[in-house]
Design a protein around this ligand. Structure first.
Ligand code: WT7
Length: 656
């Protein structure tokens, strides 16, 4: 773990108060109200969460224990029974929301569909019965490898309804990556589509599933369920593969939601860490339902009249929590978009906002920086006056991008919620409540009620205001991950052992450096481990290294992130070759493609540099700090005295 760097002392002084018109209609209207909630939650977290769980969710049976905390293993609402699909659908059918739009879908090229709560409920019930017909039972893990179409959300809710944990694999991952995840989760069935649209091209999802499953490579998979989307020809393996449109004929739409234990696994979602193998982050039913519900309600200040749009893919936690579960649990209207800005349609996001009168827009800093490049004329040519709230997530937002977002997209009328959280946290952790907390460009501001956050040194001591340290959470919260699937020991090692217990309390640390200013605002500085963020996608450098060394030509590889104006970071790989290979342009191409095949296009290195040796310490550790400096063309500074062979550094410098 490297020390977080403090690039500069706090320079950003601008402060934006919540617009009075916004605060007046907001659920949490004032700073005092936020502080009261915060203090109440801090003083007695269990009562705080229990009251909300009682008030905000439907339970088939009430819990007997609010929190069972055996660090680092937490159980919330133990003994309670509920179903998140019931909370997202059925309970709204008893109200006027029955005929309210639950999901608005804008597809490519130009398709669209809207599902009311009643319609979505029917689709989910039928899909759930379809899964049952294929032999899926409570507790079976189901893989979902889908484009951004309503069936992706329907499949998730259908799994939840029958108590089959889902594991969604982002459609941009390769067949190899899909295979590893399905195997790790021991998935019994995988749901996919014939293809999906991505930037004017078709992604052959079903063909990738075929590759992943070829030669019995995923022995647990018995069936494949295929949704028709792009209509290109695909192969269907008799007995294994089933079209959803065939199966649904004659399948009943009556499927009561299965009462699930509060701690029943809801899903596994794989994410990168600092080792080569992605971690299966496990979330369970009750705590996750409550936490995504409450953050959706207070952070997005969701109102019944809102059209809310999160641009993430359902393959990421943002899509799970804030396209599907959080919005639907609140009875909100969630917009789902299959497209992405691209050369042939750079203004498509603004068209969607205008077309549907979107009120809340939630996207990533990398997208905002790309919009800045594309030019103000694109959003200026559309009517964006419906917007009332903007959000960002995924990486630190630079103040210039924040200001552009505020001015050009929000017309200086919309608060911006910069939400810091992670796959592991389930929902927002540090974030403004938009009617209550004044914002500063680049700061995720303050912790959500119930979240005890701090910035500490390696010994667990709080660092003084303005100084860099490690961002930790000091008390369990309902939305926290429960374990790493199949590897509780890795859960403990990865998150709970870097920082020692503070005042006898185990603390959660998941890899970010941060500082706190005099007003108690948090400024997240980014990862301090070997995880990089490329266009908001989290990637472990070790994962890319493992992909590279799995190629016959590669002896050793070291991957680092290099700062990039739009993507945040891009990927630079230093590679040493096996004796019988020589560097060439051709080999660079081959190796880049190899990484794409192993992980997916999101992991394609921008640059591969060959070298005779990599800089290592005497104990054999690759000195990434040096490589990072080399990659970004900086002077190599700092201590190099532990470097084993100084000539390596000189050669690398000459080579670059
Ligand atoms: C990592 C988690 C959680 C949804 C998307 C990413 C970085 C996330 C922010 C933010 C600064 C942020 C952190 C975090 N991150 N949001 N608002 N400000 N950094 O989920 O893939 O699990 O990645 O994203 O480094 O650890 P994820």
């Amino acid at each position: 773990m490297s020390q977080p760097t403090i690039e500069s002392i706090l320079q950003e002084k601008r402060l934006f108060n919540p617009p009075p018109a916004f605060s007046q209609q907001a659920t949490i209207k004032t700073l005092e109200e936020y502080e009261q909630l915060y203090q109440r939650a801090q003083a007695d977290p269990q009562t705080f969460w229990a009251e909300l769980a009682q008030k905000e969710l439907h339970w088939f049976e009430k819990w007997h224990t609010v929190l069972d905390w055996q660090p680092p293993f937490a159980q919330w609402f133990v003994g309670g029974k509920l179903n998140i699909s019931y909370n997202c659908l059925d309970r709204h059918l008893l109200t006027w929301r029955r005929n309210k739009a639950a999901l608005i879908w804008e597809g490519e090229p130009g398709d669209s569909r809207t599902y009311t709560y009643a319609q979505l409920h029917r689709e989910v019930c039928q899909f759930a019965n379809g899964l049952k017909q294929l032999g899926v039972q409570k507790g079976d893990v189901v893989g979902i490898y889908m484009p951004m179409i309503p069936e992706a959300a329907i499949a998730m809710l259908a799994c939840a309804r029958i108590g089959a944990p889902h594991t969604v694999v982002f459609g941009g991952f390769s067949a190899e990556a899909l295979r590893d995840r399905l195997n790790d989760g021991k998935a019994k069935l995988v749901i996919t589509a014939d293809g999906g649209w991505r930037k004017d091209a078709i992604v052959p999802l079903k063909a990738q599933v075929d590759n992943a499953l070829a030669n019995g490579a995923v022995p647990s998979i018995e069936q494949v369920l295929v949704v028709a989307r792009t209509q290109q020809p695909i192969e269907m393996q008799p007995g294994r593969d089933h079209w959803w449109h065939d199966l649904r004929q004659g399948v009943s739409a009556d499927c009561p939601a299965e009462p699930m234990d509060s701690e029943a696994m809801l899903f596994i979602l794989y994410t990168s860490g600092s080792t080569g193998k992605p971690k299966g982050v496990v979330h369970t039913t009750g705590g996750y339902n409550l936490y995504t519900h409450m953050t959706m309600k207070w952070v997005f200040d969701i109102q019944d009249t809102d059209v809310y749009w999160c641009t993430a893919d359902v393959g990421w936690i943002t899509g799970h929590s804030y396209i599907v579960y959080g919005p639907l649990s609140n009875g909100a209207t969630s917009l789902m978009y299959e497209g992405a800005p691209r050369a042939s349609n750079p203004g498509c996001f603004w068209d969607v906002i205008e077309k549907y009168g979107v009120n809340t827009f939630y996207t990533a800093p990398t997208a905002i920086r790309a919009f800045i490049r594309m030019g103000e004329h694109l959003p200026k040519a559309r009517d964006l006056s419906s917007l009332r709230l903007l959000g960002t997530v995924g990486e630190p937002i630079n103040p210039e991008a924040w200001m552009w977002y505020y001015r050009v997209i929000g017309n200086e009328q919309c608060p911006i919620v910069d939400t810091w959280w992670q796959t592991e946290t389930g929902g927002h952790m540090l974030t403004p409540l938009p009617g209550a907390i004044a914002t500063k460009p680049g700061s995720a501001t303050r912790p959500f009620p119930g979240i005890i956050a701090d910035v500490v040194d390696l010994a667990g001591n709080t660092v003084p205001a303005g100084e860099g340290g490690y961002l930790v959470i000091k008390h369990p919260w309902p939305g926290m991950m429960r374990t790493v699937y199949g590897d509780p020991d890795r859960f403990r090692r990865s998150y709970w052992e870097h920082i020692p217990p503070i005042d006898g309390q185990a603390v959660y640390f998941a890899g970010d450096g941060a500082r706190k200013d005099e007003d108690g605002y948090f400024w997240v500085m980014g990862r301090v481990d070997d995880v990089i963020s490329v266009s908001g996608h989290r990637l472990g450098t070790m994962e890319i290294e493992s992909a590279l060394v799995s190629h016959a030509a590669v002896a050793e590889a070291a991957v680092v992130g290099r700062p990039d104006e739009v993507k945040g970071e891009d990927i630079v790989a230093f590679v040493t070759l096996e004796g019988n290979y020589t560097p060439s342009e051709e080999l660079i191409k081959t190796l880049k493609q190899h990484v794409v095949n192993e992980i997916g296009a999101l992991a394609r290195p921008s640059e591969i540099r060959f070298s005779d040796a990599l800089p290592k310490t005497r104990s054999g550790k690759i000195m990434r700090r040096l490589l990072r400096s080399l990659a970004s063309g900086e002077e190599v500074s700092g201590d190099t005295s532990t470097l084993e062979d100084r000539s390596v550094l000189d050669k690398l410098r000459e080579g670059s």
